[in-house]
Write a protein of this length. Structure first.
Length: 269
């Protein structure tokens, strides 16, 4: 597997960084998606071993939002008709410009085994049809699929009842002398902070999770934090409340984080 975090955040974390450009999918079925070996986080997850997979996509010359939504409908029909265990699927559109992808297709899997079985079934039954149907509209490469263990740390007080949302990934490295005990203290303070925010501002749709890569790299973040909001306005209000707070000072003292934000669209629940 190539890199994920390195290109997202311009630091190298996976070996084999390449400048090769994505190629358009063809009607010929590509090689089978790489099999992921189950890891210790299968049993350690607080959310029964859920996994989230991010697949980078490039837009083709015939891409449009309308064409993308047509392909989403086709993809859902394929998933419904096939042997897949996909709990949820989203599209992510980057808030920052990048040459490496135009959008990200996200799938939530119940286990590593379900993920591997799903990709194997896809390669044997649906991939060639999908490649032909999406030629000129969108493309992806198997090495640009990245699987993380998911632990939901906070659910929204007010569930987001729409299909759109905002998120922010924080790839964080402990500062010198800091470690897991400091992170545990930060998590407690963060819970109190969100409680104070909702006491003052009212119930919100804010939620957050922790992500654990299923791959080994030479340079790994000490933790990956994922924030979620129901809207850009809610995100802006929450970040403004955080700015200049004691919690922000505590975080800055504990870790150095690289941030990456997306606009999200749910396409399968």
């Amino acid at each position: 597997m190539r890199y994920l975090i390195s290109v997202f955040l311009t630091f190298s974390v996976l070996a084999g960084c390449s400048s090769e450009q994505p190629v358009e999918a063809t009607s010929e079925a590509p090689e089978t998606m790489q099999t992921i070996e189950p890891s210790a986080i299968d049993e350690a997850s607080d959310d029964s071993g859920l996994y989230v997979e991010y697949v980078w996509h490039k837009e083709g010359e015939n891409f449009s939002q309308e064409a993308l939504m047509e392909k989403v409908i086709l993809w859902n029909q394929m998933i419904d008709a096939g042997e897949y265990e996909i709990n949820r699927a989203n599209l992510l559109f980057p808030r920052q410009e990048t040459e490496d992808y135009d959008f990200v297709w996200v799938m939530l899997w119940p286990s590593v085994e379900a993920r591997n079985a799903g990709w194997a079934y896809w390669a044997a039954n649906d991939e060639a049809e999908w490649a032909e149907a999406t030629a000129g509209v969108l493309s992806y490469r198997e090495e640009d699929a990245f699987l993380f263990g998911l632990s939901r740390e906070r659910t929204a007080t007010v569930p987001n009842m729409t299909s759109v949302y905002e998120n922010q990934f924080s790839f964080c490295f402990y500062n010198e002398g800091k470690g897991d005990a400091d992170f545990a203290a930060f998590q407690t303070a963060h819970t109190d902070f969100v409680g104070a925010y909702e006491t003052e501002k009212g119930p919100s749709s804010y939620a957050h999770a922790l992500l654990t890569p299923t791959f080994e790299t030479e340079q790994m973040p000490d933790y990956v934090w994922l924030d979620l909001w129901a809207s850009a306005e809610e995100k802006a209000d929450g970040l403004a409340y955080f700015e200049g707070s004691e919690l922000q000072t505590q975080l800055g003292d504990m870790a150095t984080c690289n941030l990456l934000g997306f606009e999200g669209l749910n396409i399968r629940s």
